[in-house]
Write a protein that binds this ligand. Structure first.
Ligand SMILES: Nc1ncnc2c1ncn2[C@@H]1O[C@H](COP(=O)(O)OP(=O)(O)OP(=O)(O)O)[C@@H](O)[C@H]1O
Ligand SMILES: [Mg+2]
Length: 210
């Protein structure tokens, strides 16, 4: 396993952090068999990555062994999000056979939190995530962690999250307030359900607090 120094550049927000704690508690109440969790939404920009990162950090802070996977190999935002200043490899390189597992997973400076980066943009992410290498990896890795959080692209127009969902125990579905119609959200969730993925719950994000 490799090491990486990551820095979460977001400003702490009391209400957001409290909501993440509630989400973490609800997740724990979903049962011990819920280990690999997909985070997705209908559209881009609804806050999936923020929630994935915050939830992974929260779980690791209470002593759970967590693996955070950037399965959005179209955008692969973690490199910049975490201000990484070293060269890192990621999921796209692993799935295309360029690197081995030992070079895929990074231990971070956060105790109990390991991370997998998206890697360099791949020409055909869908076929990479659809490959059985991904499924085999997900089955193998679950023995080593308490929780595996998979951050994915939006599900309304891109199939990737559905492919990842096949290998997750459940999904948290993010809905940005005012940005998604009921019909679109239902359709997106049904796509996940058809892949055999249980929707553990939804998060109403960027909600008006007043
Ligand atoms: N609860 C929130 N309140 C206000 N702004 C937020 C909230 N959550 C996320 N954001 C902001 O919304 C933007 C998108 O967040 P994020 O990258 O997490 O979304 P995403 O769903 O992962 O997007 P993409 O589909 O592009 O991967 C960011 O600028 C982020 O700072
Ligand atoms: Mg994202």
């Amino acid at each position: 396993m490799r090491n990486v120094e990551i820095e979460d550049i977001r400003k702490p927000n009391y209400f957001y952090d409290e909501a993440i704690k509630t989400l973490r508690t609800n997740l724990q109440l979903s049962g011990k068999r819920i280990k690999s969790i997909l985070i997705t939404s209908s559209y881009p920009n609804e806050g999936k990555s923020d929630i994935s990162i915050s939830l992974a950090k929260e779980l690791s802070s209470i002593g759970k062994k967590v693996l955070l996977i950037d399965a959005d190999i179209r955008k692969s935002a973690y490199f910049t999000h975490f201000r990484v200043n070293q060269e890192v490899k990621g999921m796209s390189q692993f799935l295309s056979g360029q690197i081995a597992v030992k070079d895929l997973i990074y231990a971070t400076n956060y105790e109990n939190l390991d991370i997998i980066f998206g890697g360099s943009p791949a020409p055909d992410p869908t076929s990479l995530l659809g490959d059985e290498i991904f499924g085999a990896f997900m089955k193998e890795i679950r023995g080593y962690y308490d929780y595996i959080i998979c951050d994915t692209p939006p599900v309304a127009n891109i199939i990737d999250a559905v492919l990842v969902a096949k290998y997750c125990d459940g999904a948290i579905f993010v809905v940005e307030q005012g940005a998604v119609s009921y019909r679109v959200a239902q359709k997106a969730m049904n796509r996940l359900r058809r892949a055999g993925c249980r929707i553990l719950g939804t998060v109403l994000n960027k909600a008006d607090q007043t």
